[in-house]
Structures are given as C-alpha cells and as structure tokens.
Write a protein that binds this ligand. Sequence first.
Ligand code: PEP
Length: 266
Amino acid sequence: MSKLDNRLRSLKIKRGEKMRKPIIAGNWKMHNTLFESGEMLKELLPLVNKSSVEVIICPNYTSLTEIFKLLKGSNIKLGAQNMHYEEKGAYTGEVSPVFLKEIGVDYIILGHSERRKIFGEIDVIINKKIKAALKHNLSPILCVGETLEEREKDITYEIIKKQIEYCLEGLKDTNLDKLVVAYEPVWAIGTGKTATKEDANDVISFIRRLLSEYINKKMADKTRILYGGSVKPNNIKELMEMGEIDGALVGGASLKANDFAKIINY
Ligand code: PEP
C-alpha cells in the first residue's frame, strides 16, 4: 500500500467508513416455498431500497428464476447455495454453473458447513467448484470455519489455514476479484451463539494474511471477508464496526423481512 493509500485508509477508519463495499447476504437454506419467497421479497424490497451495502439473497433452486424476475430493477443480487463443478453430464440431481449463470445468478455459496458436515463435501471438491464458478463468471462465497471441538482443542487457526490453502489450491495466477470469503464458525451457525466481535475480527484478519501469502497482497486487500453465525439485528452494528469485517452471511434472520432489513440497514 502506498503512503497515500495508507493515509486514505486511516481517514476512512476514523470516519467509521469501510474500505471495501460491505455485503449482506441471506442464505435461505431449504426454507421458503416459491410463494413464500415472493411474499417475503414484496415485504423486503421497499425496506432496503436505499441501502448502500451490496445485498444478496440465496433462495433454493426452484425459486431462483422467479426471484430473478422479482429482483429486476432492485439493488439486490441473486445467489445460489451450491452447484456442481462440471458444466453438464451424468450427475443426477446436480446443478451446473452454466444453468445458474443462464438464469441470472451472480453469487454462489460454496463450502457451507452444512454441505461439509451433512453431505460430506471436502476441500478438494470445493476447490473444483471455486474454479468452475470463476470460469463461469460467478462470484464464489467460500465458507470456512472451525467446529466447536476444533475451537476447544485450540486449533482454529490451523483449520482455517488448511481450508483456505486447499480450497484455493492452484488459483495463484487466476483473477480472484470475484472471490468473497465468509468466516463461519460452525458452532455459531443457527445456535444463537456468536463469536465475539474481536474473535471474528482476528480470524478474518488472519484469513486476509493467508490470502496475501497464497495469492498476493493487492488481492487480499480487495477481498470482502464476511462473518456468519447467528448474526441478528442486535449484533450486526458492533460486528460491522470492526475494521476487518466486510459484511455478514445471514441464515435464520434473513428469513424475516423486518429482521433482514434491519441487518441490511445497520
Ligand atoms: C449460515 O447458515 O450461513 C448462517 C450463518 O446461519 P445463522 O445466521 O442462522 O447462524
């Protein structure tokens, strides 16, 4: 960073401004039918139309096409929750990056802990998916995070290092402008427990250092790194006040228009 960049950075921090445009992303998981998704959006759109953050919603596959139509002209972008790494083929039940791109999807959540834990997804597969997403001009939201057991063993940083290293393997010379990372401690997802803002900020700062080592500093400084894990209207502000936290990936609280709007308009 040049001296001028450094001065601008400290000025922004003093004014409480963010260096990178914040993202608030809602992961609807396997909730909301097509009808419910539409009703929720009707409520949400007028509440967030003045928001200055980048807002993303990630509904289930069957709602994507309809939701894309409803989002036209709004400031909300569309994301999906998973995809296969191949473009087409005999992969029963899977969805290709080409199909997602065709219907207007911009973001793709990859490596969510529920996919890792329930569906056995491992880092090498996530790595293939990230490569496929980038190839098809989708922005991957790569989720990493330690389990409670790993945190209690005091190996959080080792786990995060391994996940980042494996998931980004072979990407050193690729343009990673589209990459977003989400630090989601598994023990905080859907449990009502949140990492302290200091802990979340420290781990995110560590992830940025890793990106700087594995890829390069310029890319690390640009990459948005979000926190996820029981983010609610009452804790978003303090999390967003931390210098390294560039936004939030929100599960449960993104299902209620009022709560999600409060988080977006923190
Ligand atoms: C998530 O599923 O990514 C998540 C963070 O969920 P919750 O906000 O419900 O903890």
